[in-house]
Design a protein around this ligand. Structure first.
Ligand code: EPU
Length: 431
């Protein structure tokens, strides 16, 4: 296992290209199961989660290859294996999105239940409800979801997919994929509006699916007999972009995230504006502007955020926002409405001298003028990113252990931030 050592106190400056979106590419790769023809996916980020998804697909009988940098070709075999085992699914919950396409094309899918994760229970009941609405019989046996289509295949229907915490991103993706090959029309009410779901929908359209209402809570799908191969390039990763913009704001540097989608980041930009962190926006770039966040007259203002489904503030930027707020002037309240327990980073930020405490499903942060480097442990992907950000402004060195989490969602973060002036090294962790 590796650790990252971040030396604080360096202002970042430069251009960082935005990689392809992790949460868009995972279901897009799974969509290859809907056809026998090859699906060529471009702008694929080099992440361990992508490698895991390719292993899941290989286990399901797909041939996978990476052509040149960033392009992956997946071709499902004629007789797909129908079982995705615990080995990979436990590593990455996202692998559950093979259920829908596998069920739709082969009539049967067996996928290990992903179980909980470090920030909560994370059920998939809404996914299963959607498959049942399409006529599938679904049962849980020995830790596996077994879904079987009725004779003649899935049948289109109208359903509501929202959960107690709002819409479900992968649930919408899963059921939308299944419905593309169902007989007749399906309507998903309470569909997730996230750009990643829209991107998947566009890829499915390129494969021949008939889908309307993408990006709205009412998605309508007219089933077709078969889908074909396609070439698709995934959208840029808004969470990676947001993380690097927050890094720019925290260090007071000029950081340009190039090749991003500003329209996917409106709420973050609004909050940065409120916090007094200057930035400029172009058609496909955002650039933080230099200021002195440590100057008492220019410190970022405390700014509350509450996470919500898109277009609300993303839960996947909550931890990073908290890092920014640890250096703000005043008290901010950060409320998590998607995953009420996604606060593992609090204790680790506190080790760096941040004043953070939990108050029910909210966290209260009192900004401080001084963080100081310390050994910390990353609990999950976004928490790791938050610790890297805090390390950039803490005095001395911050040593982040269990850093493998960060490689799930950020392409070699030390190599991306290094050219901007960050001093980060990766070492083998012998502790
Ligand atoms: N929920 C249910 N029942 C379900 C599904 C979800 O109650 O059947 C609840 C969840 O427990 C949660 C809420 O609904 O409280 C939203 O969960 P959602 O299903 O939208 O999450 P997901 O699809 O499993 C994706 C991302 C997450 C991201 C969330 C929310 C992928 C691979 N994962 O998960 O990304 O936090 O949407 O936006 O797309 C990350 O990248 O770090 C990450 C965790």
């Amino acid at each position: 296992m590796d650790k990252l050592i971040v030396e604080g106190g360096h202002r970042l400056e430069g251009v960082v290209p935005n990689a392809g979106s992790k949460n868009a590419v995972l279901p897009v790769l799974a969509a290859a199961l809907l056809t026998n023809e090859p699906l060529r996916v471009g702008n694929v980020p080099e992440l361990s989660d992508v490698a895991t998804m390719l292993k899941v697909l290989a286990d399901l009988g797909c041939e996978t290859s990476r052509t040149d940098r960033g392009q992956v070709v997946v071709q499902a075999g004629g007789s797909s294996d129908q079982r995705a085992g615990w080995e990979h699914v436990r590593k990455m919950r996202g692998s559950v999105c093979v259920l829908g396409p596998l069920l739709a094309r082969t009539g049967r899918a067996e996928v290990s239940l992903p179980g909980g994760c470090v920030f909560g229970v994370r059920p998939i009941d809404a996914h299963l409800k959607g498959f049942e609405a399409l006529g599938a019989r679904v049962r849980i046996e020995k830790g596996y979801v077994i879904a079987e289509a009725p004779a003649g295949g899935l049948v289109g229907s109208e359903m509501f997919l929202g959960s107690a915490f709002g819409s479900t991103v992968l649930g919408t993706a899963n059921v939308m994929m299944a419905a593309t090959l169902a007989r007749g029309r399906s309507v998903i009410h309470g569909a997730a509006c996230e750009p990643e779901v829209v991107d998947l929908g566009h890829c499915l359209q390129a494969m021949g699916a008939k889908i309307a209402g993408l990006g709205s809570p009412r998605v309508e799908i007219e089933g077709v007999d078969e889908l074909g191969g396609a070439e698709w390039s995934v959208i840029p990763d808004r969470i990676e972009a947001g993380t690097y913009l927050i890094a720019g704001a925290m260090t007071g540097g000029r950081v340009r995230v190039a090749g991003c989608r500003p329209d996917h980041l409106s709420v973050l930009l609004e909050r940065l504006r409120e916090a007094g962190a200057p930035f400029e926006v172009g058609s496909d770039w955002i650039e933080t502007q230099p200021f002195e966040p440590r100057d008492p007259a220019q410190r970022p203002s405390s700014t509350d955020v509450t996470t919500h489904p898109f277009p609300g503030f993303p839960t996947d930027l909550q931890a990073q926002w908290m890092s920014l707020m640890t250096m703000a002037d005043g008290i901010s309240v950060i409320t998590e409405r998607i995953y009420p327990d996604r606060y593992m980073h609090l204790a680790e930020l506190a080790r760096l001298g941040a004043h953070v405490r939990r108050e029910g499903t909210a966290a209260v942060v009192r900004g401080t003028e001084h963080l100081s480097g310390a050994p910390v442990t990353a609990s999950d992907l976004r928490a790791s990113a938050a610790l890297v950000l805090a390390g950039l402004v803490a005095d001395g060195e911050t040593e982040i252990h269990r850093v493998y989490h960060i490689d799930r969602g950020y392409e070699r973060i030390e190599e991306r931030l290094g050219p901007l002036g960050a001093v980060i090294r990766r070492e083998v962790d012998r502790t």
